[in-house]
Design a protein around this ligand. Structure first.
Ligand SMILES: [Zn+2]
Length: 392
């Protein structure tokens, strides 16, 4: 008999048996002990007690370990060239982060071949998968010309369906801010929209102000794109309230919030996506996650993986930061990194382990999800199941 073809393989069922702790990230089911899961093709077909598990074509013994949903990294910038370790070293020696370093990456990205950009994105998405991330959002934003933004999105689309047009990342050197905003709302958007699911704007002092951000977001919504906003990272600007007003799926960073911002997030449908890797790497104060959670806002955690302000692909590291530095419980942090990320992408099929959801999960080399924060920096992801197939 010949070896099974990939599509035949995906159609088979897999029993993941002897799960000591099953963290479903589903509010109704919560955590189950002595559990099992059966996947059928790329979906979860059955969840229940290990003793009652049905047979399947293949079997994976979790040996009493914990199983969690695959991480949903809802914010990353993986299409880039170059390296900014010297800027990081300078910052750690006391220079403040202003966001100006984006232009360094823009210059390197424009010079790079498609092959080189593709190789970097491939390496980072593989690195993410090994660490348990089964869904990643990828933004453009280091091209800042019509041609470079659209090629960034074409390359991003080779790695994920969650592609985001971020032509309004920064005003390129020498350009007039209003003229550039008009480009980002017009010809650049037109060239990028076919390759993007989302649009995003860096609404910040020194990047795009409230009016410019509104113009880009409104034009993008008209072009059929969903909205996300880099909001309130460095200052308490208008980004968060604009995101909520325009019905954006997510307001990202949320580091400097007013009472009105917290109220808006608590009462709207916009997820507050926290990116503690950025605060870690820029030695900045962390967002007040407790205030958001206690007010009733939905919180997501993501890596913001980029070569300047947060060069990590590790969701486990972000969870550890969220617990240690932002006072989230381990369960809150893991829920934010899975179900929260899914909600920030408006996806009901990922981020939770429930029947019918995509079969994306990770087996930890640990008895409990708490180990993700309790043993920071430890490679705890033992096996990743993505689309019903065990990847390692
Ligand atoms: Zn970002």
């Amino acid at each position: 008999m010949s070896a099974p073809q990939p599509d035949e393989n995906a159609a088979t069922s897999l029993l993941i048996a002897n799960i000591g702790e099953l963290f479903t990230a589903d509010p109704e089911t919560g955590i189950m002990n002595d559990a099992a899961i059966v996947t059928e093709g790329d979906r979860i077909a059955w969840i229940g007690l290990n003793a009652e598990a049905p047979q399947a074509d293949a079997r994976l013994d979790a040996g009493g370990r914990a199983v969690i949903p695959g991480f949903v990294d809802s914010h990353s910038h993986l299409v880039f060239a170059g390296d900014r370790h010297a800027e990081f070293a300078a910052r750690m020696s006391g220079e403040p982060y202003t966001g100006g370093g984006i232009r360094t990456t823009v210059a390197a990205t424009r010079m790079a071949s498609d092959e080189r950009l593709r190789a970097t994105a491939a390496r980072l998405t593989a690195e993410m998968l090994r660490q348990g991330t089964t869904t990643v959002e990828i933004k453009s934003g280091y091209g800042l010309t019509v041609a470079d933004e659209s090629r960034s999105l074409r390359i991003a689309g080779e790695f994920t369906a969650e592609t985001t047009y971020l032509g309004a990342h920064t005003v390129p050197a020498g350009a007039d801010p209003d003229e550039y905003t008009a480009l980002a709302c017009g010809p650049m958007l037109e060239a990028c929209a076919p390759h993007a699911k989302w649009a995003d704007v860096f609404c910040e002092r020194g990047a795009f102000d409230g009016d410019q951000a509104r113009a880009v977001l409104t034009a993008s919504a008209k072009a059929g794109l969903g909205l996300r906003v880099h909001a309130n990272q460095l200052t308490a600007g208008p980004g968060v309230r604009l995101a909520v007003e325009l019905g954006a799926a997510s307001a990202d960073h949320c580091t400097h919030l007013t009472y009105a911002d917290v109220d808006a997030l608590a009462n709207g449908d916009t997820v507050a996506t926290l990116l503690p890797g950025a605060e870690f790497s820029t030695r900045s104060p962390y967002p007040d996650a407790r205030r958001l959670i206690d007010a009733g806002a939905t919180v997501a955690l993501a890596t913001d993986c980029n070569p300047g302000s947060s060069f990590t692909s590790s969701m486990a590291f972000c969870i550890a930061l969220a617990v240690r530095e932002m006072h989230m419980t381990p369960a809150e942090a893991l829920t934010a990194a899975t179900a929260g990320g899914a909600q920030a992408l408006r996806r009901a099929d990922i981020g939770r382990l429930v029947v019918g959801a995509r079969a994306d999960l990770a087996v930890l080399d640990a008895p409990s999800h708490v180990h993700l924060a309790y043993r920071p920096g430890t490679p705890l992801i033992e096996t990743v199941v993505h689309d019903g197939t065990a990847t390692r």
